[in-house]
Each structure stands twice: as structure tokens, then as C-alpha cells.
Design a protein around this ligand. Structure first.
Ligand code: AHR
Length: 500
């Protein structure tokens, strides 16, 4: 294959990478909470019932903001069901996923886990069947000093000190007809404005995320976002984007080109935010919160989405392969390339439900998508640089022309991190990397994920089929790096640099 040149310049900074783009999502759905992070029956459970093997695996992901408790679940959830003595919490019907919710895990358990894991809490309030007042009471429960009703309740439940939850989502996917309590944009805008006002009156330091379009396929795409943002105005700090992708036609090359469309989605949403800011003549603009993203297509049918009245049913337990890992790396490349506007992103989800980590009884399995996330998260600190990629391009059926090698880069303190994805199905991609004005001195670490076939995946029987491994085909000479990227591979490279 013809050579690809990745040209970087410390002067072409995009923005500091917000660590919150390495967030996750924990929904009360299927086996994400129960049999996932919380399983008092497991031999891996600690005294809180938290599964230490699962949390150990999640720790390596260095997750930051963890969105909770949903998702669609949030639109039917009444947070007071999930607090207080466990034997007094109600078991209720859960309508979004047609399951049973026992409420044995709730706000206090989530905060305790978040603290153990160093996660930034991020709560989705119920604007489906809930009210702005209920949402504001939840803020008081979490954030107000003792002395008033809901803060006193928190103290009674074990924590005199406020939890200090800064990030609050104003409902979930309210544009979707499937959402409990779905309403048209103008009605959601009123509800979200009322909730944001009450919530910020309760704690002015919080940040809010307004529901944006939940897919680019919605007939209301962009109109919904404009209507909502114009009405909420400065009370919205972020607007949400969601995206689930998949290889529905069995065309790997086309599937891997989906990054073009992720870039486009981000840029379109950014355009709405800038438009609204201009229309409102506001000093403030909402930033982007990509609070659900992942590969999800094999398990999107009712067989996998309907819990049939069970507790902790197996729902959307997607099993990932090598090509999915490349797409996950593509999402992360896109977020890094848009570090100026994407400030939060949440991998949906983290355990069992469309997740990198699965459990079976007391066993644990790491799926392919686990590895790129670990490789990127380990190198997340610094400023995103604008990569110029010159090299072979291919024409995809759905997304037009794409570079065969997808790239992003982060400049840290005396170190340059470069992330490369070779989308060629059969050819090694020779790549050179140069950083203008700052010669690369040496390679400090390099990891690779690859495999023989796009469909290669990990199983309980063969858990190591696709995983990260040290990568040797990297050389540094005359300040430039040379890389031989195997077909269907993801590389994360860190170089020491000699700044002038
Ligand atoms: O992550 C699974 C579901 O996908 C979420 O509950 C919902 O918000 C989205 O449609």
C-alpha cells in the first residue's frame, strides 16, 4: 500500500481533551446493575454487594463521568423508590424494558460506587413520567447541606456530607416515540426549562444536559435541537447526542467508514449550537455531550429488548468482534478531533448490556472493544492536535471517501500520543508521523489490537483471541516515526519529544 503521512504541528491545537469524553453509562437495564456491578450473591462481592472483579476490569478503562440510572429506564424511575432501608424499597414494574426493578441499588449505592471508582457522577432525571419538582428534590437530596427535607433524608440514609453531583441530564431521548412520556419538542423544551430552572435554583453550581436528537434518522433531527436550545437558552450547558452503529449489510469496509458520519453528526450539532447562540445573542454556547455511543445492531429486536416481566433479564448482550473494536477506536478518534466542542461522551454501556465487560455467573469476559478504550484512556491527557493525513483513500458505499488510515493525536507534557486505525482488510499500511518543529526523540510505548479476521471475537472458552499487545513495528529516525500497521488494526503510540 502507498505510504500514509500523518503530519502534526504543536501550533495546530484543537483544544485540551476533556477527560470526561472517556465516560461510561450504567443503566438499570438487563444485567447491567444486577449481576453486573452489583451482585451480593457473587463470590466476588464485597461487603456492599459490589462485584470486585467487574469493578477491577472497569478500573482499567479509567472511566470518568458515569451516566446513571438511564437511558429509557430513567423516564419511568422515581428516585425515592431507590433510597432508605433496602427491605422497605418497593419492587416495581419497569416499563421501558418490561422488567422487574427491585430498587436494591439506588442513589446512595451509585454514589458510593462512584467514589470507590473515582467516577464523576452524572444523573439523568425523569422528565417522562416525573416532574420538574421531583428532579429538583433529587438535586436537593444529593447536593444541599443538611437542614431541609431531602438533604436531611440523605443524612438519615448515611451521608451528612452532600454528594456534590455536578452533571444532570434533563431526561433521556425525549424525541423518541418509544420514550415513556415522549412529547413534541416545544413541550419538552418547556418541561426541561422548568426543571433546569428549579434544579439550578436549588444548586447553581450544577451543569445541565438538554436532550438532543437521539439518532440522525429522526424526522425531527436538527429541528428538535434548535427548538429545545432556543427555548432553554442559557439554562442548558450541554446538548446530548446519541449514536449506535453496526455492520448491518456485512460490508466491513463500508462499516469502518462510519467515522465520516460521526464527524458529520458532531459538526452538524455544533452548527445548531452556534446558530442558537447567535440567534439568542448569548455569550454562552452549549457544548456537546455524546452521552450514548457504541456499536449496537445484533440485539436490537424485541427478543433482546423485552424483559418479559423478569428481574435482571439478558437484554442486548451484544458480543463484539474485531471490526467493532476498530469502529470504537474511530468514535474515539472523532471525539479527540472535535475536542473543542465534545466535552463529555459516555460509552453505552459498561457491563453486560452492550458492554465491553460481560459476566456469566462468577466468570468475567472482556470483549474486543475493551482494549482500544483502555489504550486510548491511558493516553488521554493533553491537547488534541489537528492531524493532516495524506495517503490512500477508499470510496465507501454509504459514507463517501475516507482515508484508509484514520488518525488522532494528543500532545501531552513532553509526549505525543498518536492513535491510528488501519481500515484496509488485507494490506499493511506503512505510516510516517512527524511533528513539525519538535522532533520525535524515542518511542515510549506502543500497543496494537489486530486479528486475522474482522469477525474474530473473544469467548469464555477463548478469551484472548482479540486483545492489546505490545507493538514492535515502530521505528524513530531523524525525528520521524515509521510504522507498519497490519490490516484491520488499531495502534496507540506514545513518543518522547524534544521540544525546541
Ligand atoms: O443504551 C440502551 C438504550 O439506548 C438507552 O436506554 C436509550 O437511551 C437508547 O435508546
Amino acid at each position: 500500500m502507498e505510504k500514509t503521512r500523518v503530519i502534526l504541528d504543536p501550533a495546530y491545537k484543537i483544544a485540551q481533551v476533556d477527560p470526561r469524553i472517556f465516560g461510561g453509562f450504567l443503566e438499570h437495564m438487563g444485567r447491567a446493575v444486577y449481576e453486573g456491578v452489583y451482585d451480593p450473591q457473587s463470590s466476588h462481592a464485597d461487603e456492599n454487594g459490589f462485584r470486585q472483579d467487574v469493578l477491577g476490569a472497569l478500573r482499567r478503562l479509567r472511566l470518568t463521568a458515569i451516566r446513571y440510572p438511564g437511558g429509557n429506564f430513567a423516564s419511568g424511575y422515581h428516585w425515592m423508590d431507590g433510597i432508605g432501608p433496602k427491605n422497605q424499597r418497593p419492587t416495581v414494574r419497569e416499563l421501558a424494558w418490561q422488567s422487574i426493578e427491585t430498587n436494591q441499588f439506588g442513589t446512595d449505592e451509585y454514589i458510593k460506587m462512584a467514589r470507590m471508582m473515582d467516577w464523576t457522577p452524572m444523573i439523568t432525571v425523569n422528565l417522562g413520567t416525573g416532574t420538574p419538582e421531583e428532579a429538583c428534590n433529587w438535586v436537593e437530596y444529593c447536593n444541599s447541606p443538611v437542614g431541609t427535607r431531602f438533604a436531611n433524608l440523605r443524612a438519615k440514609n448515611g451521608s451528612e456530607a452532600p454528594y456534590g453531583v455536578k452533571l444532570w441530564c434533563l431526561g433521556n431521548e425525549m424525541d423518541g416515540l418509544w420514550q415513556l412520556g415522549h412529547v413534541p419538542a416545544d413541550q419538552y423544551a418547556i418541561l426541561a426549562q422548568q426543571a433546569a430552572k428549579l434544579m439550578k435554583d436549588t444548586d447553581p453550581s450544577i451543569e445541565t444536559v438538554a436532550c438532543g436528537s437521539c439518532t440522525i434518522k429522526m424526522p425531527t433531527y436538527m429541528d428538535w435541537d434548535r427548538t429545545v436550545l432556543e427555548y432553554i437558552g442559557d439554562l442548558a450547558d450541554y446538548v446530548s447526542l446519541h449514536r449506535y452503529v453496526g455492520n448491518r449489510t456485512g460490508d466491513t469496509a463500508d462499516y469502518l467508514a462510519v467515522t465520516n458520519s460521526i464527524d458529520q453528526q458532531i459538526e452538524e450539532m455544533d452548527a445548531v449550537c452556534r446558530y442558537v447562540q447567535a440567534r439568542l445573542r448569548s455569550k454562552k454556547r452549549p457544548y456537546l455531550c455524546f452521552d450514548e455511543w457504541n456499536v449496537w445492531y445484533r440485539t436490537m429486536n424485541p427478543e433482546h429488548t423485552n424483559g418479559r416481566g423478569k428481574f435482571a433479564p439478558h437484554l442486548i448482550e451484544e458480543e463484539y468482534n474485531l471490526e467493532d473494536a476498530l469502529v470504537v477506536a474511530g468514535f474515539l478518534n472523532s471525539f479527540i478531533r472535535h475536542a473543542d466542542v465534545v466535552k463529555i461522551a459516555n460509552l453505552a454501556q459498561i457491563v453486560n448490556v452492550i458492554a465491553p465487560v460481560h459476566t456469566r455467573g462468577d466468570e468475567l469476559l472482556l470483549h474486543t472493544i475493551y482494549y482500544p478504550f483502555v489504550m486510548y484512556a491511558a493516553r488521554r491527557d493533553g491537547v488534541a492536535l489537528q492531524p493532516v493525513v495524506k495517503g490512500p483513500v477508499y470510496t465507501s458505499r454509504s459514507y463517501g471517501d475516507v482515508n484508509t488510515v484514520d488518525a488522532s493525536a494528543i500532545l501531552g507534557d513532553g509526549v505525543l500520543h498518536v492513535f491510528l486505525v488501519n481500515r484496509s482488510l488485507g494490506e499493511v499500511a506503512p505510516v510516517t508521523i512527524d511533528l513539525a518543529g519538535a522532533p520525535l526523540a524515542s518511542l515510549s510505548s506502543a500497543e496494537l489490537v489486530t486479528g486475522a479476521k474482522a469477525q474474530d471475537r473473544n469467548t469464555y472458552e477463548q478469551p484472548g483471541n482479540v486483545r492489546s499487545q505490545p507493538f514492535n513495528a515502530v521505528s524513530v529516525q531523524n525525528g520521524e516515526a515509521g510504522v507498519e500497521l497490519p490490516p484491520l488494526s488499531i495502534a496507540a503510540l506514545s513518543f518522547k519529544i524534544a521540544m525546541p
